[in-house]
Design a protein around this ligand. Structure first.
Ligand code: FES
Length: 77
């Protein structure tokens, strides 16, 4: 599945001090996480997100956001 075929956000729970690698190229086969596919497409290094607290990220799964790679609610429009 393409990262943006989902059509709604991925919910990613992150623990304090944990780092997650979020795909920004859209080619990952394990969305929303980076699987290294960007190197074959010469686009979009992953976002290496280091959590300062336990938190939940909402990663865009539709490709319409203006706040990539995070959801900005554009999937509802
Ligand atoms: S899933 Fe893309 S803007 Fe919300």
């Amino acid at each position: 599945m393409n990262m943006y075929e989902k059509g709604f956000p991925f919910m990613v729970k992150v623990k304090k001090d944990e780092t997650v690698h979020i795909c920004q190229c859209g080619h990952s086969q394990n969305p929303p996480y980076c699987d290294g596919s960007h190197s074959a497409h010469s686009v979009g290094e992953p976002l290496n997100y280091a959590a300062k607290n336990d938190e939940t990220l909402y990663v865009c799964g539709c490709g319409k956001t203006d706040n990539a790679p995070m959801c900005d609610g554009s999937h509802n429009r």
